[in-house]
Design a protein around this ligand. Structure first.
Ligand code: HEM
Length: 403
Protein backbone atom coordinates (compact mmCIF):
# COMPACT_ATOMS: atom_id res chain seq x y z
CA UNK A 1 0.00 0.00 0.00
CA UNK A 2 1.21 3.49 -0.76
CA UNK A 3 1.33 6.05 2.04
CA UNK A 4 -0.93 9.12 2.04
CA UNK A 5 2.14 11.32 1.44
CA UNK A 6 3.23 9.29 -1.57
CA UNK A 7 -0.27 9.41 -3.02
CA UNK A 8 -0.51 13.17 -2.60
CA UNK A 9 2.91 13.71 -4.21
CA UNK A 10 1.94 11.52 -7.16
CA UNK A 11 -1.35 13.38 -7.57
CA UNK A 12 0.40 16.74 -7.39
CA UNK A 13 2.64 15.71 -10.31
CA UNK A 14 -0.27 14.71 -12.55
CA UNK A 15 -0.51 18.17 -14.23
CA UNK A 16 3.22 18.02 -15.02
CA UNK A 17 2.80 14.59 -16.54
CA UNK A 18 -0.09 15.80 -18.59
CA UNK A 19 2.15 18.43 -20.17
CA UNK A 20 5.44 16.52 -20.40
CA UNK A 21 4.22 12.91 -20.57
CA UNK A 22 5.07 12.24 -24.20
CA UNK A 23 8.42 14.05 -23.91
CA UNK A 24 9.32 11.87 -20.94
CA UNK A 25 8.29 8.63 -22.62
CA UNK A 26 10.09 9.60 -25.86
CA UNK A 27 13.29 10.15 -23.87
CA UNK A 28 12.51 6.96 -21.95
CA UNK A 29 12.50 4.85 -25.11
CA UNK A 30 15.75 6.43 -26.37
CA UNK A 31 17.44 5.59 -23.08
CA UNK A 32 15.87 2.13 -22.89
CA UNK A 33 17.20 1.07 -26.30
CA UNK A 34 20.64 2.62 -25.68
CA UNK A 35 20.95 0.61 -22.48
CA UNK A 36 19.13 -2.52 -23.61
CA UNK A 37 19.35 -2.87 -27.40
CA UNK A 38 18.15 -6.48 -26.99
CA UNK A 39 14.68 -5.05 -26.27
CA UNK A 40 14.56 -4.01 -29.92
CA UNK A 41 13.77 -7.68 -30.50
CA UNK A 42 10.45 -7.11 -28.72
CA UNK A 43 9.33 -3.57 -29.47
CA UNK A 44 7.74 -2.57 -32.75
CA UNK A 45 10.17 -0.21 -34.49
CA UNK A 46 7.47 1.31 -36.70
CA UNK A 47 5.32 2.27 -33.68
CA UNK A 48 8.38 3.96 -32.23
CA UNK A 49 9.02 5.97 -35.37
CA UNK A 50 5.46 7.18 -35.48
CA UNK A 51 5.49 8.08 -31.79
CA UNK A 52 2.37 5.96 -31.17
CA UNK A 53 3.93 3.78 -28.51
CA UNK A 54 5.33 6.77 -26.65
CA UNK A 55 1.86 8.28 -26.47
CA UNK A 56 0.27 4.99 -25.40
CA UNK A 57 2.76 4.54 -22.57
CA UNK A 58 2.44 8.20 -21.49
CA UNK A 59 -1.35 7.90 -21.44
CA UNK A 60 -1.29 4.77 -19.35
CA UNK A 61 1.23 6.13 -16.86
CA UNK A 62 -0.93 9.25 -16.62
CA UNK A 63 -4.09 7.16 -16.10
CA UNK A 64 -2.32 5.12 -13.43
CA UNK A 65 -1.20 8.31 -11.66
CA UNK A 66 -4.73 9.68 -11.65
CA UNK A 67 -6.04 6.40 -10.20
CA UNK A 68 -3.12 5.70 -7.92
CA UNK A 69 -5.26 5.36 -4.79
CA UNK A 70 -7.86 3.17 -6.54
CA UNK A 71 -5.88 1.11 -9.03
CA UNK A 72 -8.61 -1.54 -8.97
CA UNK A 73 -10.68 0.79 -11.17
CA UNK A 74 -8.19 0.50 -14.02
CA UNK A 75 -7.79 -3.28 -13.80
CA UNK A 76 -9.74 -3.78 -17.08
CA UNK A 77 -7.17 -1.57 -18.83
CA UNK A 78 -4.32 -3.40 -17.09
CA UNK A 79 -5.81 -6.65 -18.35
CA UNK A 80 -6.09 -5.37 -21.91
CA UNK A 81 -2.44 -4.28 -21.89
CA UNK A 82 -1.56 -7.49 -20.03
CA UNK A 83 -2.96 -9.54 -22.94
CA UNK A 84 -0.64 -7.62 -25.28
CA UNK A 85 2.34 -8.00 -22.96
CA UNK A 86 1.74 -11.74 -22.45
CA UNK A 87 1.33 -12.25 -26.14
CA UNK A 88 4.67 -10.46 -26.79
CA UNK A 89 6.57 -12.36 -24.11
CA UNK A 90 7.02 -9.45 -21.65
CA UNK A 91 8.30 -10.91 -18.37
CA UNK A 92 8.42 -9.85 -14.70
CA UNK A 93 12.18 -9.27 -14.95
CA UNK A 94 11.63 -6.56 -17.58
CA UNK A 95 9.69 -4.33 -15.18
CA UNK A 96 12.59 -3.06 -13.02
CA UNK A 97 14.49 -2.12 -16.20
CA UNK A 98 11.52 -0.09 -17.42
CA UNK A 99 10.96 1.48 -13.98
CA UNK A 100 14.53 2.60 -13.56
CA UNK A 101 14.71 4.05 -17.05
CA UNK A 102 11.39 5.84 -16.61
CA UNK A 103 12.67 7.62 -13.50
CA UNK A 104 15.93 8.55 -15.24
CA UNK A 105 13.93 9.96 -18.16
CA UNK A 106 11.87 12.06 -15.72
CA UNK A 107 15.07 13.52 -14.29
CA UNK A 108 16.36 14.19 -17.77
CA UNK A 109 13.23 16.03 -18.94
CA UNK A 110 12.07 17.72 -15.72
CA UNK A 111 15.51 18.67 -14.41
CA UNK A 112 15.43 20.24 -10.94
CA UNK A 113 11.64 19.96 -10.83
CA UNK A 114 12.14 16.20 -10.32
CA UNK A 115 13.06 16.42 -6.63
CA UNK A 116 14.26 13.44 -4.61
CA UNK A 117 10.88 13.40 -2.90
CA UNK A 118 9.01 13.20 -6.21
CA UNK A 119 11.34 10.53 -7.58
CA UNK A 120 11.01 8.42 -4.43
CA UNK A 121 7.21 8.69 -4.62
CA UNK A 122 7.25 7.71 -8.29
CA UNK A 123 9.65 4.85 -7.68
CA UNK A 124 7.24 3.50 -5.08
CA UNK A 125 4.16 4.08 -7.23
CA UNK A 126 5.80 2.41 -10.23
CA UNK A 127 6.43 -0.62 -8.05
CA UNK A 128 2.74 -0.85 -7.20
CA UNK A 129 1.64 -0.37 -10.82
CA UNK A 130 4.23 -2.88 -12.08
CA UNK A 131 3.08 -5.44 -9.52
CA UNK A 132 -0.48 -5.10 -10.75
CA UNK A 133 0.72 -5.84 -14.30
CA UNK A 134 3.04 -8.66 -13.23
CA UNK A 135 0.24 -10.33 -11.25
CA UNK A 136 -2.29 -10.11 -14.10
CA UNK A 137 0.29 -11.34 -16.64
CA UNK A 138 1.45 -14.25 -14.46
CA UNK A 139 -2.11 -15.58 -14.46
CA UNK A 140 -2.31 -15.12 -18.21
CA UNK A 141 0.92 -17.09 -18.79
CA UNK A 142 -0.38 -19.89 -16.59
CA UNK A 143 -3.71 -19.90 -18.37
CA UNK A 144 -2.02 -20.00 -21.80
CA UNK A 145 0.21 -22.87 -20.73
CA UNK A 146 -2.44 -24.93 -18.98
CA UNK A 147 -5.05 -24.75 -21.72
CA UNK A 148 -5.45 -27.94 -23.74
CA UNK A 149 -3.10 -27.47 -26.71
CA UNK A 150 -1.76 -24.28 -25.15
CA UNK A 151 1.76 -23.05 -24.53
CA UNK A 152 3.41 -20.18 -22.64
CA UNK A 153 6.01 -18.63 -24.96
CA UNK A 154 6.85 -18.93 -28.63
CA UNK A 155 6.12 -22.15 -30.51
CA UNK A 156 7.23 -23.11 -34.02
CA UNK A 157 4.58 -23.21 -36.72
CA UNK A 158 4.77 -24.15 -40.39
CA UNK A 159 3.09 -22.13 -43.13
CA UNK A 160 0.87 -24.90 -44.47
CA UNK A 161 -0.91 -22.75 -47.05
CA UNK A 162 -0.71 -19.22 -48.43
CA UNK A 163 -3.91 -17.91 -50.04
CA UNK A 164 -4.25 -14.59 -51.85
CA UNK A 165 -7.47 -12.91 -50.62
CA UNK A 166 -7.19 -9.57 -52.46
CA UNK A 167 -4.58 -7.39 -54.20
CA UNK A 168 -3.14 -6.49 -50.79
CA UNK A 169 -4.25 -9.22 -48.35
CA UNK A 170 -2.94 -12.78 -48.17
CA UNK A 171 -3.94 -15.47 -45.67
CA UNK A 172 -1.42 -17.75 -43.98
CA UNK A 173 -2.59 -21.10 -42.61
CA UNK A 174 -0.30 -22.01 -39.74
CA UNK A 175 0.11 -25.50 -38.26
CA UNK A 176 2.31 -26.45 -35.29
CA UNK A 177 5.68 -27.90 -36.31
CA UNK A 178 5.52 -30.37 -33.42
CA UNK A 179 2.31 -31.82 -34.86
CA UNK A 180 0.55 -31.36 -31.49
CA UNK A 181 -2.81 -29.86 -30.64
CA UNK A 182 -3.46 -26.13 -30.80
CA UNK A 183 -5.43 -24.21 -28.19
CA UNK A 184 -9.00 -23.14 -28.83
CA UNK A 185 -9.51 -19.38 -28.99
CA UNK A 186 -12.34 -16.86 -28.96
CA UNK A 187 -13.35 -15.11 -32.18
CA UNK A 188 -11.71 -11.68 -32.17
CA UNK A 189 -8.43 -12.78 -30.55
CA UNK A 190 -4.98 -12.33 -32.08
CA UNK A 191 -1.65 -14.09 -32.13
CA UNK A 192 1.87 -12.66 -32.15
CA UNK A 193 4.12 -13.83 -34.94
CA UNK A 194 7.90 -13.64 -34.67
CA UNK A 195 10.06 -13.43 -37.79
CA UNK A 196 13.66 -12.51 -38.56
CA UNK A 197 14.10 -11.21 -42.09
CA UNK A 198 17.65 -11.97 -43.35
CA UNK A 199 18.64 -8.33 -43.67
CA UNK A 200 17.42 -7.46 -40.19
CA UNK A 201 19.56 -7.38 -37.07
CA UNK A 202 16.57 -8.00 -34.81
CA UNK A 203 13.59 -10.30 -34.61
CA UNK A 204 10.27 -8.58 -35.30
CA UNK A 205 6.98 -9.29 -33.58
CA UNK A 206 3.56 -8.42 -34.97
CA UNK A 207 0.09 -9.15 -33.75
CA UNK A 208 -2.50 -10.32 -36.24
CA UNK A 209 -6.13 -11.18 -35.60
CA UNK A 210 -7.09 -14.77 -36.24
CA UNK A 211 -9.36 -14.69 -39.27
CA UNK A 212 -11.09 -18.07 -39.11
CA UNK A 213 -13.21 -19.78 -36.46
CA UNK A 214 -11.56 -21.80 -33.69
CA UNK A 215 -11.59 -25.60 -33.67
CA UNK A 216 -9.57 -26.21 -36.86
CA UNK A 217 -6.13 -27.86 -37.04
CA UNK A 218 -4.61 -24.53 -38.11
CA UNK A 219 -4.60 -20.88 -37.13
CA UNK A 220 -5.25 -18.48 -39.99
CA UNK A 221 -4.00 -14.90 -40.14
CA UNK A 222 -4.74 -12.56 -43.04
CA UNK A 223 -2.07 -9.97 -43.55
CA UNK A 224 -2.21 -6.69 -45.45
CA UNK A 225 0.95 -5.84 -47.35
CA UNK A 226 1.83 -2.44 -45.86
CA UNK A 227 4.12 0.01 -47.64
CA UNK A 228 7.51 -0.32 -45.91
CA UNK A 229 6.02 -2.91 -43.52
CA UNK A 230 8.99 -5.03 -42.38
CA UNK A 231 6.94 -8.02 -41.30
CA UNK A 232 4.12 -7.84 -43.84
CA UNK A 233 6.62 -7.47 -46.73
CA UNK A 234 8.60 -10.41 -45.42
CA UNK A 235 5.48 -12.56 -45.13
CA UNK A 236 4.11 -11.57 -48.54
CA UNK A 237 7.37 -11.60 -50.50
CA UNK A 238 9.71 -14.05 -48.82
CA UNK A 239 7.76 -16.63 -46.87
CA UNK A 240 6.67 -19.67 -48.87
CA UNK A 241 4.59 -22.72 -47.95
CA UNK A 242 6.67 -25.03 -45.73
CA UNK A 243 8.58 -22.18 -44.03
CA UNK A 244 8.66 -21.88 -40.27
CA UNK A 245 7.53 -18.93 -38.11
CA UNK A 246 7.01 -18.66 -34.37
CA UNK A 247 3.76 -17.84 -32.60
CA UNK A 248 2.53 -17.14 -29.08
CA UNK A 249 -0.84 -18.52 -28.01
CA UNK A 250 -4.01 -16.55 -28.89
CA UNK A 251 -4.71 -13.51 -26.71
CA UNK A 252 -6.93 -10.46 -26.43
CA UNK A 253 -10.16 -9.31 -24.86
CA UNK A 254 -11.95 -8.09 -27.98
CA UNK A 255 -14.05 -11.22 -28.26
CA UNK A 256 -17.41 -12.28 -29.59
CA UNK A 257 -19.91 -12.94 -26.84
CA UNK A 258 -21.40 -16.30 -27.76
CA UNK A 259 -23.47 -16.52 -24.56
CA UNK A 260 -25.99 -14.14 -26.05
CA UNK A 261 -28.52 -14.96 -28.75
CA UNK A 262 -29.28 -11.32 -29.57
CA UNK A 263 -28.48 -10.05 -33.10
CA UNK A 264 -24.89 -9.17 -33.93
CA UNK A 265 -23.65 -6.40 -36.20
CA UNK A 266 -20.08 -6.82 -37.49
CA UNK A 267 -18.48 -3.82 -39.20
CA UNK A 268 -15.04 -4.07 -40.78
CA UNK A 269 -13.08 -1.25 -42.38
CA UNK A 270 -10.42 -2.46 -44.86
CA UNK A 271 -8.22 -5.16 -43.34
CA UNK A 272 -10.10 -4.56 -40.08
CA UNK A 273 -12.42 -7.20 -41.50
CA UNK A 274 -10.09 -9.99 -40.27
CA UNK A 275 -11.44 -10.40 -36.70
CA UNK A 276 -14.95 -9.94 -38.16
CA UNK A 277 -14.37 -12.95 -40.42
CA UNK A 278 -13.49 -15.07 -37.43
CA UNK A 279 -16.67 -13.85 -35.71
CA UNK A 280 -18.86 -14.45 -38.76
CA UNK A 281 -17.50 -17.97 -39.34
CA UNK A 282 -17.94 -18.74 -35.65
CA UNK A 283 -21.53 -17.46 -35.61
CA UNK A 284 -22.52 -19.46 -38.67
CA UNK A 285 -20.91 -22.64 -37.27
CA UNK A 286 -21.88 -22.33 -33.62
CA UNK A 287 -25.03 -20.17 -33.49
CA UNK A 288 -26.86 -20.76 -36.78
CA UNK A 289 -30.06 -19.25 -35.36
CA UNK A 290 -28.49 -15.94 -34.45
CA UNK A 291 -29.15 -12.94 -36.70
CA UNK A 292 -25.98 -11.37 -38.15
CA UNK A 293 -25.55 -8.16 -40.10
CA UNK A 294 -22.14 -8.11 -41.75
CA UNK A 295 -20.85 -4.83 -43.17
CA UNK A 296 -17.52 -4.51 -44.95
CA UNK A 297 -16.26 -1.11 -46.11
CA UNK A 298 -13.38 -1.41 -48.58
CA UNK A 299 -11.74 0.79 -51.18
CA UNK A 300 -13.00 -1.34 -54.10
CA UNK A 301 -13.51 -4.95 -55.18
CA UNK A 302 -9.84 -5.57 -55.94
CA UNK A 303 -8.84 -4.61 -52.42
CA UNK A 304 -11.71 -6.35 -50.64
CA UNK A 305 -10.81 -9.65 -48.98
CA UNK A 306 -13.26 -12.53 -48.36
CA UNK A 307 -16.00 -10.97 -50.52
CA UNK A 308 -16.95 -14.24 -52.23
CA UNK A 309 -16.80 -16.27 -49.03
CA UNK A 310 -19.15 -13.87 -47.23
CA UNK A 311 -21.50 -13.80 -50.19
CA UNK A 312 -21.67 -17.59 -50.17
CA UNK A 313 -22.31 -17.66 -46.43
CA UNK A 314 -25.07 -15.07 -46.75
CA UNK A 315 -26.56 -17.07 -49.63
CA UNK A 316 -26.59 -20.29 -47.63
CA UNK A 317 -27.63 -18.80 -44.27
CA UNK A 318 -30.82 -16.79 -44.15
CA UNK A 319 -29.91 -15.27 -40.79
CA UNK A 320 -26.85 -13.53 -42.32
CA UNK A 321 -27.28 -10.20 -44.12
CA UNK A 322 -24.28 -8.96 -46.06
CA UNK A 323 -23.57 -5.34 -47.01
CA UNK A 324 -20.62 -4.20 -49.10
CA UNK A 325 -19.50 -0.57 -49.17
CA UNK A 326 -16.89 0.62 -51.69
CA UNK A 327 -15.30 4.03 -51.25
CA UNK A 328 -14.14 4.11 -54.88
CA UNK A 329 -15.63 1.26 -56.89
CA UNK A 330 -14.00 0.35 -60.21
CA UNK A 331 -15.97 0.03 -63.45
CA UNK A 332 -15.83 -3.73 -63.03
CA UNK A 333 -17.38 -3.38 -59.57
CA UNK A 334 -20.17 -1.27 -61.04
CA UNK A 335 -20.80 -3.79 -63.82
CA UNK A 336 -20.92 -6.65 -61.31
CA UNK A 337 -23.28 -4.68 -59.07
CA UNK A 338 -20.91 -5.76 -56.33
CA UNK A 339 -21.71 -3.19 -53.67
CA UNK A 340 -24.63 -1.75 -51.71
CA UNK A 341 -23.21 1.72 -51.09
CA UNK A 342 -20.70 3.88 -52.92
CA UNK A 343 -18.66 6.22 -50.75
CA UNK A 344 -18.38 6.18 -46.98
CA UNK A 345 -20.85 4.79 -44.46
CA UNK A 346 -23.02 7.61 -43.11
CA UNK A 347 -25.47 7.68 -40.25
CA UNK A 348 -28.57 7.46 -42.44
CA UNK A 349 -27.23 4.41 -44.26
CA UNK A 350 -26.14 2.68 -41.07
CA UNK A 351 -29.58 3.31 -39.55
CA UNK A 352 -31.20 1.73 -42.60
CA UNK A 353 -28.89 -1.29 -42.45
CA UNK A 354 -28.81 -1.92 -38.71
CA UNK A 355 -31.27 0.51 -37.10
CA UNK A 356 -33.92 -2.19 -36.56
CA UNK A 357 -31.66 -4.12 -34.21
CA UNK A 358 -29.90 -1.13 -32.60
CA UNK A 359 -31.76 -1.48 -29.32
CA UNK A 360 -30.63 -5.03 -28.59
CA UNK A 361 -27.74 -6.01 -30.88
CA UNK A 362 -24.08 -6.32 -30.01
CA UNK A 363 -21.94 -4.21 -32.34
CA UNK A 364 -18.32 -5.14 -33.11
CA UNK A 365 -16.09 -3.02 -35.32
CA UNK A 366 -12.48 -2.79 -36.35
CA UNK A 367 -10.67 -0.67 -38.92
CA UNK A 368 -8.57 2.47 -39.30
CA UNK A 369 -8.88 4.94 -36.40
CA UNK A 370 -10.87 7.63 -38.32
CA UNK A 371 -13.31 4.90 -39.45
CA UNK A 372 -13.74 3.62 -35.91
CA UNK A 373 -14.16 7.12 -34.56
CA UNK A 374 -17.18 7.78 -36.81
CA UNK A 375 -18.65 4.32 -36.18
CA UNK A 376 -18.52 4.94 -32.44
CA UNK A 377 -20.15 8.32 -32.91
CA UNK A 378 -22.91 6.92 -35.17
CA UNK A 379 -23.69 4.10 -32.77
CA UNK A 380 -24.00 6.61 -29.93
CA UNK A 381 -26.37 8.66 -32.11
CA UNK A 382 -28.39 5.52 -32.83
CA UNK A 383 -28.79 5.05 -29.08
CA UNK A 384 -26.69 1.88 -28.85
CA UNK A 385 -25.60 1.53 -25.24
CA UNK A 386 -21.86 1.46 -24.46
CA UNK A 387 -22.00 -2.10 -23.17
CA UNK A 388 -23.08 -3.26 -26.64
CA UNK A 389 -20.28 -1.43 -28.46
CA UNK A 390 -17.02 -3.38 -28.88
CA UNK A 391 -13.98 -2.38 -30.91
CA UNK A 392 -10.35 -3.21 -31.41
CA UNK A 393 -7.38 -1.14 -32.47
CA UNK A 394 -4.60 -2.35 -34.69
CA UNK A 395 -1.39 -1.10 -33.12
CA UNK A 396 -1.19 0.88 -29.90
CA UNK A 397 -4.58 1.80 -28.50
CA UNK A 398 -5.49 5.39 -29.32
CA UNK A 399 -8.39 7.50 -28.14
CA UNK A 400 -11.59 7.42 -30.17
CA UNK A 401 -12.96 10.60 -28.63
CA UNK A 402 -13.19 13.34 -31.24
CA UNK A 403 -9.85 15.16 -31.23
C1 HEM B 1 2.56 -2.11 -25.12
C2 HEM B 1 1.98 0.14 -20.87
C3 HEM B 1 5.74 -2.31 -19.04
C4 HEM B 1 6.77 -3.91 -23.49
C5 HEM B 1 2.08 -1.32 -24.11
C6 HEM B 1 0.95 -0.45 -24.23
C7 HEM B 1 0.79 0.19 -23.06
C8 HEM B 1 1.83 -0.27 -22.17
C9 HEM B 1 -0.28 1.20 -22.73
C10 HEM B 1 0.08 -0.30 -25.48
C11 HEM B 1 -1.03 -1.29 -25.39
C12 HEM B 1 -2.02 -1.21 -26.51
O1 HEM B 1 -1.73 -0.65 -27.55
O2 HEM B 1 -3.13 -1.75 -26.36
C13 HEM B 1 2.94 -0.33 -19.99
C14 HEM B 1 3.05 0.05 -18.59
C15 HEM B 1 4.11 -0.63 -18.07
C16 HEM B 1 4.66 -1.45 -19.15
C17 HEM B 1 2.14 1.05 -17.88
C18 HEM B 1 4.68 -0.61 -16.68
C19 HEM B 1 3.98 -0.57 -15.58
C20 HEM B 1 6.36 -2.94 -20.08
C21 HEM B 1 7.57 -3.73 -19.97
C22 HEM B 1 7.86 -4.17 -21.23
C23 HEM B 1 6.84 -3.66 -22.13
C24 HEM B 1 8.31 -4.01 -18.67
C25 HEM B 1 9.03 -5.05 -21.66
C26 HEM B 1 10.22 -4.63 -21.80
C27 HEM B 1 5.73 -3.54 -24.32
C28 HEM B 1 5.66 -3.85 -25.74
C29 HEM B 1 4.44 -3.34 -26.20
C30 HEM B 1 3.80 -2.73 -25.06
C31 HEM B 1 6.73 -4.60 -26.54
C32 HEM B 1 3.88 -3.43 -27.63
C33 HEM B 1 3.99 -2.16 -28.36
C34 HEM B 1 5.12 -2.03 -29.33
O3 HEM B 1 5.84 -3.01 -29.62
O4 HEM B 1 5.28 -0.92 -29.84
N1 HEM B 1 2.60 -1.21 -22.85
N2 HEM B 1 3.92 -1.24 -20.29
N3 HEM B 1 5.94 -2.93 -21.40
N4 HEM B 1 4.60 -2.87 -23.95
FE1 HEM B 1 4.25 -2.12 -22.11
Amino acid sequence: MLSKETISIIKSTVPVLEVHGTKITTRFYQMLFERHPELLNIFNHANQKQGRQQTALANSVYAAAVHIDRLEEIIPVVKQIGHKHRSLGVKAEHYPIVGETLLDAMVDVLGDAATDEILAAWGEAYGVIANAFIGVEKEMYEEAENQDGGWADFREFVVAKKVVESDVITSFYLQPYDGGKIAEFKAGQYVTIKVKPEESEYTHLRQYSLSDASGKDYYRISVKHENDGVVSSYLHEKVVEGDKVELTAPAGDFVLNTDSDKPVVLIGGGVGVTPMMSMLNTLVEAQPEREVIFIHAAENGALQAFGEHVEELAGANRQVKNYVVYANPTEADVERGAFDLKGLIDLKWLKAAAGDVAAEADFYFCGPVPFMRVMKQYLAEMGVSDEHVHYEFFGPAASLEAA
